[in-house]
Design a protein around this ligand. Sequence first.
Ligand code: EPZ
Length: 429
Amino acid sequence: MDRIKITGGAPLNGVIPISGAKNAALPLMIASLLTGDTLELRNVPRLADVNQLLRILGNHGIDHTITGKRPGQTSETGQTIRLDASSVIDTCAPYDLVSRMRASFWVIAPLIARFGEACVSMPGGCAIGTRPVDLLLFALERMGVRIEIEGGYVVARAPKGLKGAEIAFPKVTVSGTHVALMAATLADGTTVVENAAREPEIVDLAECLIKMGAKITGAGTSRIVIDGVARLHGTTHTVMPDRIETGTYAMAVAMTGGDVTLENTRPEFLQNALDVLSQVGVEVSAVNDGIRVHRNGTGLRSVDVTTDPFPGFPTDLQAQFMALMTRAEGTSRIRETIFENRFMHVQELARLGAQIRLDGDAAIVQGVERLKGAPVMATDLRASVSLVIAGLAAEGETEIHRVYHLDRGFEALEAKLGRCGARIERISA
Ligand code: EPZ
C-alpha cells in the first residue's frame, strides 16, 4: 500500500489550483439517472470516489465518456464526463458497490422517480458514526413511495409515480435534501422541503437540475419549492470549486506560514472557516478568482469552534482545524455536532506530540511548541489530511499509511503542496 512521507518545517509559497468539489460532483453524476439525454459535467475532480461512482452507475447501465485533455491542460485540470442514462438496465444497486461509498445510496432517488422502482443496499457501517438513512426514506415515503427492507436491501416502489409533498426534516441533512430534491423534480405536483440543508453543493445540484428543465426555487435557503415536471433533458454543467479542499490548504498555510493563493475558488463558500482563520492570526483576503492566505512568523492564537450545518463551521474541516490548533498558543475547544465518533484523528495526532483530551462531543486541544514526526495511520478522508497538515509542521519525518483515504477526496495532493515548497512524496509499495 502506498504511503506519504513528509519532512516538516518548510513554509508554503505559491499558487494552488482548487479542484471541482467531490461532494458536488457525486450528486450531480447521480442526477444523470433522471434523464435519457446526455448530461455533460465539467471540472469533475480526478478522484477514487468519482471512479467508484462511475462503476456503480455503469452497473445500472449508464454509459460514460471522459473527454481527453486539451492543449495547455495539466493533469489536475478537471475532467469532462458525459453520462448517458438512455438505457438503464438495472434499478438495483448491490451491497458490494454501495458499501464502498455511502453517497451511492442516493441513486435511490432518481431511480424511483424515473422508473417507479429501486432496490438499493443499505449502506452499512461507516468510520465516522452510524450515519443512518432514515431521513432519506422519510422524504421518499412522504412522496408516496412504499418502502420495505428485504435482505439488507431497501426496496422502493411507486408504480403510479411520485406525488408532491410537504417534507419537513426534523434535522438538517445534506443527503436527505439531495434525495428530496432529485425525487421531487419528476413528481406529480409541488414539493416543499422545510429545514432543507443550505450547503453550496445543494445549490450546485439545484442549478444543474434547473438547466435540465426542473422547476426549483429557494435552493440555498431552508425552504425549497419544487414543481414537478414530466421529464428532464440533458445539459452541460460545471462542478463548483471544492470548499473543503480550499479550507484544507488554507489551514496548511496557516500551519506552516507562507503566502499562497488558492486559485479557482470562492470565499463565500467557506466564509465561517476563513473568519476563524483570521481570528487565529492568519491574513485571509479575496483576490481575483480566489483567496490569498498569508502568515508571517507570528504565532497562532487558539480559537474555539463548533461544527454546524452550512453556513456554520463545516464538520469536514474539523480535523484539519484541530491539527492547526495543536500548535496554537493556549487551549482550544472543538465541538463536533454533526457526526458522533469523528475524532479518530485525535490518537494519531497524539503520536506526533499533540495534547488533546476528549470530553463528550468536544476535543480540548492544548497547544504545544513543537510536533515531532512519526509514522501515523490515515483513518478517513478528512482525518488523513489533518495528519498531512500536522506533518508539514512537525520536526523530522512523518509517514502516513493507508493513503487510499486521501485519494478518495484530494486530487494531486502531493503535487499541489510540493510545488509550494512542501517536502512531500508518495512512496509506492
Ligand atoms: C454529506 O454527508 C457529505 N458527503 C459529508 O462529507 C459531510 O460531512 C456531511 O454532508 C455534512 O456536511 C457527501 O456530500 C458525499 P448529512 P451526508 O445527511 O449527506 C444524520 C466527506 O468527508 N442523518 O447532512 O451523509 C447523520 O447521521 C463527507 O466528504 C440521519 O440521522 O450528511 C448526521 O449526523 C463525510 N438520518 C447528520 O444527519 C439520515 O437519514 C447530517 O448528515 C441522514 C442523516
